[in-house]
Design a protein around this ligand. Sequence first.
Ligand code: PRP
Ligand code: ZN
Ligand code: MG
Length: 210
Amino acid sequence: MKNLKIAIQKSGRLNEKSVQLLKNCGLDFENYKSSLITIVSNFNLEILFLRDDDIPDYVEQGIADLGIVGENVIDESLANVDYLQRLGFGKCTLKLAVPKDTNYNDIKDLDGKSIATSYPNILGKFLKEKQISAEIHPISGSVEIAPGLGLSEAICDIVSTGGTLKNNGLKPFADVSTSEAILIGRAGLAENPILCELLQRIQSVLRAKE
Ligand code: PRP
Ligand code: ZN
Ligand code: MG
């Protein structure tokens, strides 16, 4: 049988728990060191180690069959992929945040302001729903530094422990959406027997945690 390919995050918040989940499923493989692809020795699966932001597109295009990635990243990508299983880890909230001495009382106070973010699509939709017209500055990382450098008045980024906000003199102001890690698949994969076996194993690992 032809191997399936699963894409997981190379490094970052979801990497360790993604690897652990696959190991808990009884899969035997060498963790990422320098090779970006590894073959599972006892299952028809290959693991690709990618930047998380790239995973939805790889799966949409069928270069990877499966992916483990944050819901926030899937939504932002606008990629057309199947949600197969919520995984219960990597929980975080996409938040608007402002410098800690800012006195905003209402979300409407963002009207006319500029907001730096790596999530311009999600933020754009949110602002539109709230009928706020703010200027979105898309940047790909280290977003928390933007207000201090004068690039923007607010930011919109993922908050998990809140440590990054705090260390950069910011305070959360409003929640945009919540997220957790999700197993996604390319369209048309549903009946694949390797996927069925993997899903069963994942679900029993998740059940054992309850
Ligand atoms: C998010 C966010 C911050 C960090 C916040 O990054 O961009 O860098 O997590 O976490 P904290 O509240 O625990 O300090 P993410 O893990 O999504 O990685 P990426 O932005 O590099 O893709
Ligand atoms: Zn990322
Ligand atoms: Mg980040």
